[in-house]
Design a protein around this ligand. Structure first.
Ligand code: ATP
Ligand code: MG
Length: 591
């Protein structure tokens, strides 16, 4: 079929275009990192509604994080006006929407609340009569389906009952309850199928059992469902995700078309080759083809760095950033700036430092702050679980009694600020400074969210409870990004530092893991390493420290076994960047 010249598919290559032009029936797009999966999905939806093949109200796109949903909405709006009424959601926000519409079926009022972890813990403490026991129960209850233990099953029942009595649901309920409601009423399921006639799911390799069940309810076996993903980027097993659902898509949706994308638009050949070598030993896509889509003259090699300890590693990152930016923190006159893609000059926003565990950020923050490098640090953890945020949350009174003395219509931003002040005043005697820093940085995170929620404290609370820290990551800010590997999913940067490439840290090793479990865990760690490497467009640095403080004491650390799978010919050892000599006159001017 002829596609109009200036169509929305023009920005796609022939394979991507074939995928995007397949508008009916089940479709599986399986492709490696940087092959334009997310871009294809976005253009496909824009094309669908712009050509009038689908009404925007009938389209549903599901992304992994709210940040990804926002980005996709922005892109869609830029591509076509008609995309405005299209639903871009996460599984949580989709579940919440269905639950708000069907609240009565779950025994809830229309404006039920979503319990945060603190609230959940308080309830469990009431039920078990002991906080330590409550903590253990909370952890056990969030593990899916372990009802073999009758005591646990009973506690789950009592906990659910207590939540409902208070007109609350918890995070797990947001998808679980819609599944129950739809399963119980085929008529209602048919109505939702009629509403969401086109469904696209990005990052399908990381759906969990409940999300999968919801999708099976919403999409009939011959429905217009598109799943997009890369099994080698499945990294959320610890939260219950199961790559098996991706692998059986064509069985669940018989007659599904499968499209592979093989051209990588993101990374230079050394980065691509290195990443493919690193994933090869346990790849779930053994016949993977992934080639650079464009030429990259003068691609830099992968930089390998061994530091003495984590402080020295952080100092290496800070020095190298300074060097890449041509000594920007000194406003040097020499034009020593490295280039990103397309020959553009690098800025802070082009740089990300990725690490396995959030605690590694401490040394990096110290070194970068000292070097005058502005940063934004985000993990994949729930926003509401962050210590400073928890303190502010506790001080916020939700659902103010509008008949009482509480002034109605107070702005959420002001209430959050008040709560932060109260939280500061309640600082513990010890660690007062650390506590204050946590509350202040939490306030920075919550500011934009509070502003976006127009006087609606309930909405603010719900978004906060369902959101991850990385949802507040700002792609437009000129800041260096400090991200956990999990949080970096789907993102790309001209410059990436992957730090802490050490045995025991990446792969991370937990004491006492079962042998079979351990093997699968290491495979997932390798995928995480693969995800990290493939975030880089042009400059990739892999670093490790010879000693690292873990559990309170400095221990010797060996390089990650994953590094050994990368051809040394692709790499260059980088040590201390030579100190740049400044012209004497300039040094004087700086003084
Ligand atoms: P990941 O697996 O990491 O999520 P992805 O397959 O979703 O990656 P995208 O993020 O959609 O990949 O695309 C990677 C980069 O390549 C983006 O900068 C995108 O704009 C660019 N890109 C993709 N396809 C094309 C194309 N046909 N022409 C130009 N640039 C493209
Ligand atoms: Mg993507």
């Amino acid at each position: 079929d002829e596609v109009p010249r200036a169509s929305l598919l023009d920005g796609l290559d022939p394979d991507q275009r074939a995928a995007a032009a397949t508008t009916t029936g089940p479709l599986l797009i399986i492709a490696g990192p940087g092959t334009g999966k997310t871009r294809t999905l976005t253009h496909r939806l824009a094309h669908l509604v712009a050509t009038g093949q689908a009404a925007p109200e009938h389209c549903l796109a599901i992304t992994f994080t709210r940040r990804a949903a926002e980005e996709m909405s922005e892109r869609l709006a830029a591509l076509t006006d008609r995309a405005r009424h299209l639903t871009v959601a996460t599984f949580h926000s989709l579940g919440l929407r269905i639950l708000r519409e069907q609240h009565a079926r779950a025994g809830l009022s229309a404006d039920f609340g979503v319990a945060d972890e603190a609230r959940r813990l308080a309830l469990l403490t009431e039920l078990t009569g002991d906080e330590r026991q409550a903590r253990r129960a909370a952890a056990a209850l969030s593990r899916p389906g372990d009802e073999a233990d009758p005591e646990l099953a009973e506690l789950r029942q009592r906990h659910t009952k207590a939540l409902r009595e208070r007109d609350l649901v918890d995070l797990d309920d947001l998808v679980r309850l819609p599944v129950e409601i739809l399963t119980a009423d085929p008529g209602l399921t048919a109505a939702y199928r009629d509403r969401y006639r086109w469904i696209c799911v990005d990052e399908y390799q990381d759906v969990d059992d409940t999300q999968y069940q919801l999708l099976r309810l919403l999409a009939p076996p011959d429905g217009n469902i598109t799943a997009i993903g890369d099994p080698d980027q499945a990294i959320y097993r610890f939260r219950g995700a199961d790559v098996g659902f991706f692998l059986r898509f064509t069985t669940d949706f018989p007659g599904a078309r499968t499209v592979q994308l093989t051209r990588n638009y993101r990374s230079t050949p050394p980065i691509l080759s290195g990443a493919l070598q690193a994933i090869a030993p346990t790849s779930l896509v053994p016949d993977r083809v992934l080639t650079p889509a464009v030429e990259h003259p003068d691609s830099p090699p992968l930089g390998l760095h061994q530091a003495a300890d984590e402080q020295a590693e952080a100092a290496f990152v800070a020095r190298t950033i300074d060097q890449l930016l041509g000594g920007s923190s000194f406003h040097s006159l020499d034009s020593g700036r490295a280039e990103g893609h397309d020959g553009h000059e690098l800025s802070f926003a082009d740089i990300a430092v990725l690490y396995r565990t959030d605690s590694q950020a401490r040394a990096l923050l110290d070194a970068l702050t000292r070097a005058g490098v502005p940063v934004q640090k985000r993990s994949h953890d729930r926003l509401a679980d962050r210590p400073g945020v928890r303190d502010i949350l506790r001080e916020l009174t939700f659902r103010p009694d509008t008949s009482g003395g509480e002034p109605v219509g107070e702005r959420v931003v002001d209430r959050v600020r008040l709560a932060a002040r109260a939280a500061l005043a309640l600082a513990p005697e010890r660690d007062r400074e650390a506590h204050a820093a946590e509350v202040h940085s939490a306030l920075d995170l919550l500011g934009p969210l509070a502003t976006r929620c127009g006087h609606d404290l309930d909405r603010f609370h719900t978004e906060l409870v369902t959101g991850a820290e990385v949802d507040t990551w700002d792609p437009h800010a000129d800041l260096v990004s400090l991200l956990t590997l999990h949080a970096a999913k789907g993102l790309e940067f001209p410059v990436v530092f992957l730090v802490g490439c050490e045995d025991g840290l990446l792969p991370l090793r937990w004491p006492g893991a079962e042998d079979t479990e351990a093997a699968e865990a290491v495979r997932e760690e390798r995928r995480l390493f693969f995800v990290g490497m493939t975030r880089a467009r042009r400059h990739l640095y892999l670093s490790h420290a010879a000693r690292r403080a873990r559990h309170g004491s400095a221990r010797p650390a060996a390089p990650s076994p994953f590094l050994a799978d990368i051809d040394p010919a692709l790499c260059q050892r980088v040590g201390d960047p030579a100190p740049r000599r400044r012209p004497r006159s300039q040094q004087l001017r700086l003084l």
